[in-house]
Design a protein. Structure first.
Ligand code: FAD
Length: 413
């Protein structure tokens, strides 16, 4: 049984954890609240790490969820540099690296993930860099000097955003992607083609279908040897091949884990009084749907808040519409709902040179949309698509494709 005098504990002082802590206080919880992180910083948002912060136009304070004064004001105890090393769900307690045990009434696991390592990269090579944390972003920024020959491994969002920022910083960039197209695991062909064209136009040497044989050098990688025999010289290597969710603690404690920590519709794990949220959380949007993880700002924000409400006993089902964005150079990608790497059901070309792709279900209702355009120009259409998704109206694919038919008009129909 939970000891209600014991604190609420949030394990993971990232975006979801920080949002949960704020929500608990916003909702009037005034009992003891502990936020435990293994980074030295207060919770911050990660999207600027590959964009403004990497470029040097934003610092940590610009992406922090709250500052030390607010932390004190809200009476949240922040434990940094003393990470959790074990969970004991049966006894409602957890252990810190210094050996001490802490009891909890309710626990949220929001441990996010870490950058996936490239197995063939020499362990001690100082010029092979990864990007997940603020401190890694600062190290990368220092490395991206004008003229640096940068090799980016991985044509997903992190690799593409780093490539774009590195070009803005004056680096020579070569990007290696193992698959036949950019971000091909999640995005439709048309978006991959637009990304390829944009990066090529901005001077990135993008190589698709590339297999790497070896990274040559020990303390310092000097070149990358491709399976086709080609050798690419470099000063720095950035590896952006995805992230690994931090599930080990939960698994060792006997909590149900799949690709992430499994939760029910209330974001409750298989252990009593333990919730999970954010990148580490594997959830279903519908009881008969597939388990999924979302590695997005929007999901961390929504689940952090939602888990906190349920820690307070609200028993609310989580059903937020998924979505994400990516900014590269002066172009933006935004998605809402469920999108797939497959052909969309309708495509609307826009006068800006951008487009919106629509996905429909068998009843012709919108389930997802993906927009591409200069700056933030696509935001309005994507907001309307969110309303169309939530309205469950049957739509005509030809009208969706027709640029002269305002999406707002379809909403009224
Ligand atoms: P995190 O923010 O990773 O927080 C988890 C925290 O838990 C970390 O601080 C971790 O160190 C800590 N932790 C782990 N284990 C322990 C332990 N045992 N003890 C104590 N603490 C622990 N999303 C978008 O939608 N759009 C974007 O443009 C975008 N850009 C991104 C750019 C970058 C470079 C990155 C890395 C991510 C980006 N994202 C973007 C994704 C988004 O930032 C993440 O989905 C979000 O940060 C996930 O939040 P989280 O709280 O689940 O995990």
């Amino acid at each position: 049984m939970p000891d209600h005098a014991a604190p609420m504990i949030i394990l993971g002082a990232g975006h979801a954890g920080g949002r949960a802590a704020l929500t608990l206080r916003d909702e009037g919880y005034d009992g003891p609240l502990i936020l435990i992180g293994d980074e030295p910083h207060l919770p911050y948002e990660r999207p600027p790490l590959s964009k403004a912060l990497l470029k040097g136009t934003m610092d940590l304070s610009g992406c922090s969820l709250f500052d030390p004064a607010r932390l004190a004001d809200l009476n949240i105890q922040h434990l940094a540099g003393n990470p959790v090393t074990a969970l004991d769900p049966a006894r409602h307690r957890l252990q810190l690296a210094d050996g001490q045990w802490l009891d909890y009434a309710r626990l949220l696991i929001a441990t996010g993930g870490r950058a996936r390592r490239l197995p063939i990269a020499p362990e001690q090579a100082g010029n092979v860099l990864y990007l997940r944390t603020h401190d890694e972003a600062v190290a990368l920024r220092t490395a991206l000097q004008p003229g640096t020959r940068l090799l980016v491994i991985g044509g997903g969002f992190i690799g593409l955003e780093v490539a774009a920022t590195a070009r803005a910083l004056g680096c020579q960039v070569t990007l290696l992607e193992a698959g036949p197209r950019l971000a091909g695991r999640v995005l439709p062909e048309r978006v991959s083609a637009a990304l390829l064209e944009l990066h090529a136009r901005n001077g990135v040497d993008v190589r698709l279908n590339v297999a790497i044989e070896a990274l040559q050098g020990t303390d310092h990688v000097e070149s990358v040897q491709l399976v086709n025999g080609e050798q690419l010289a470099c000063d720095r290597v950035v590896v952006g091949i995805g992230m690994q969710p931090n599930i080990e603690l939960a698994r060792a404690a006997g909590i149900d884990v799949g690709q992430g920590i499994r939760v029910d519709e209330q974001l409750r794990t298989s252990a009593a009084d333990i919730f999970a949220a954010g990148d580490v959380c594997e959830f279903r949007l519908h009881p008969d749907g597939e388990f999924q993880r979302q590695e997005t700002w929007r999901n961390a924000e929504a689940q952090g808040r939602h888990a906190a409400l349920n820690m307070l006993g609200r028993k609310l089902a989580f059903n937020d519409t998924p979505g994400f964005w990516s900014d590269q150079y002066d172009w933006g990608l935004q998605t809402i709902g469920q999108i797939a790497p497959t052909e969309p059901d309708a495509t609307r070309a826009l006068s800006t040179g951008g487009f919106v792709l629509f996905y429909l279900d068998h009843q012709q209702r919108l389930t997802g949309a993906c927009g591409w355009g200069p700056g933030n120009s696509i935001a309005k259409d994507i907001k309307l698509c969110e309303r169309l998704i939530n309205s469950h109206i049957a739509l005509d694919a030809r009208q969706l494709a027709h640029p002269e038919t305002p999406l707002k008009q379809l909403l009224r129909s």
